[in-house]
Design a protein around this ligand. Structure first.
Ligand code: CU
Length: 470
């Protein structure tokens, strides 16, 4: 949880802002005490205790940064610093982030708010923060060298602008970006509408998370920053399944999920059991005439997609990136396909020389989850997660939307596994197999019934003798 002391101090400062005359100049000039989060859990929505009211979001495995009001200005304090992020239980990564976590805390403000953000740099190199998608004065855009001096280690810079348009934005460094984003420096920013907006619906649950990726060798702690494509950990808010919390909703809830992509590739995000509308991007809410139903939406690099759906089907619905390599954890991509290869004799011989030798994937890779494969101390199994019916064989960018009719409004606690009504689960067929009645063409006008060819047809393919290349 938050450091209670600093949380109450920042909450109390709201009153101080109003009664400014009674507070010394020194106290007002002081920076807001930075609030730090030590846990990777999904924190309850931060209901605003000062400033304009709004319906807060829930950051998956994350939190919202408390602020203080200072003469009508909403003040935040971000600290760029090395952090230890638990990516899944038992697996920790040494990242860079903000206020104790990667990603940094979500910043929530209201359209029209004047916002002041202090940024203290506790990294070993300079940094800056770019406020992706915002309308702001050019000098507040955070591009080191172009619009401001970089923030040197030990220095604090201040950004100030009015949150002019409602929407979902991101923040990240614009200084040595390759290193700093590969190390986990990023966060979400939500500007809530100040009044009812015809293009922004009220919802019952509003989740946010960022797509990111890391390359951390099994057994090590620090990401390899030079990796461009071959990341081995695909993460939501720097967590991998089964470390990603479920998105818990009540049956009948209108649900919004805002997904930002600050990784190095696109992610087609797929929801089971429901259709959703893409209701907006970081460019703003989409006109209603431009929305259509989807079950998968591609979130390209540097984009945000806001999806909305009515959770009207009870169950545990998979919600994941549809690139199958992105729902796996650390593995070697240089492994040849072994499906159909019987190594039983060879494996025995090799085991005499290398006791830990393991044959991978003779029948497919599902065996990997059953194998008692020795893992290095600090990593996550490639395919894992146990559900009520066995191994889920997933990792990486995978979570579950849990829709329950008895989930209380505003309750985000994991309700456990779904208990389906009897007779509604796919099971092994054990009945007798009758000779099926085959479809027969009724009249001459319909398509004739094709029979299987009597003989197997063998296709001979001759490869060119010499492949000269291009
Ligand atoms: Cu993906």
């Amino acid at each position: 949880m938050f450091s209670r002391r600093s949380f109450f101090r920042s909450a109390g400062a709201a009153t101080a802002g109003v009664a400014a005359a009674t507070v010394s100049r020194v106290a007002l000039a002081a920076l807001p005490e930075p609030v730090t989060q030590t846990k990777p859990d999904t924190m309850a929505p931060l209901v605003p205790s000062s400033g304009r009211p709004y319906n807060p979001v829930v950051t998956l495995n994350g939190w919202t940064l408390p602020w203080r009001m200072n003469n009508g200005i909403k003040e935040f304090h971000l600290v760029a610093e090395p952090v230890v992020r638990e990516m899944s239980p038992g697996f920790k990564a040494h990242l860079w982030g903000y206020n104790g976590q990667s990603p940094g805390p979500t910043i929530e403000v209201v359209e029209g708010d004047r916002v002041r953000i202090f940024v203290t740099n506790k990294l070993p190199e300079h940094t800056s923060i770019h406020w992706h998608g915002q309308r702001l004065p050019n000098g507040m855009d955070g591009v080191a060298g172009l619009t401001q001096k970089a923030i040197d280690p030990g220095k604090t810079f201040v950004y100030e602008f009015v949150a002019r348009r409602p929407g979902t934005f991101m923040y990240h460094p614009h200084a040595d970006e390759m290193t700093q984003m590969a190390m986990g420096m990023m966060g979400f920013w939500v500007t809530h509408p100040k009044a009812r907006n015809p293009l922004i619906d009220e919802v019952d649950r509003d989740y946010v998370f960022l797509l990111n990726g890391y390359d951390i060798d099994p057994g090590s702690y620090t990401p390899k920053i030079m990796t461009m494509l071959d990341f081995n950990l695909w993460t939501w808010n720097s967590r991998v399944f089964p470390g990603i919390d479920p998105l818990v909703v009540r049956k009948g809830d209108k649900v919004r999920v805002r997904i930002g992509n600050l990784s190095m590739t696109n992610h087609p995000i797929h929801l089971h059991g429901h259709e959703f509308m893409v209701t907006g991007s970081d460019g703003g809410p989409a006109p209603r005439s431009a929305r259509w139903p989807e079950v998968t939406t591609d979130v390209a690099v540097g984009q945000m997609r806001q999806i909305e759906f009515l959770a009207d089907e009870e169950g545990d619905w998979a919600f994941h990136c549809h690139k199958s390599h992105h729902t796996m954890n650390a593995m070697g991509h240089g492994v040849p396909t072994m499906i159909g290869v019987d190594h039983s004799g060879v494996a025995k011989q090799i085991t005499r020389l290398i006791p830990d030798y393991m044959v991978m994937g003779e029948r497919g890779m599902a065996d990997m989850t059953e194998m008692e494969m020795p893992l290095p101390d600090n990593t996550a199994p490639m395919m894992t997660g146990t559900g009520p019916y066995g191994s889920v064989e997933m990792g990486g960018m995978f979570s579950i939307v849990k829709v329950r009719k008895d989930q209380r409004p505003g309750d985000y606690k994991d309700p456990g596994w779904y208990r389906p009504p009897p007779g509604t689960v796919a099971v092994e067929w054990t009945g007798a197999l009758d000779r099926p009645a085959r479809f027969q063409a009724a009249d001459a006008g319909s398509m004739p019934v094709m029979n299987m060819p009597a003989k197997e047809v063998e296709v001979q393919v001759r490869k060119p003798l010499h492949h000269s290349g291009h």
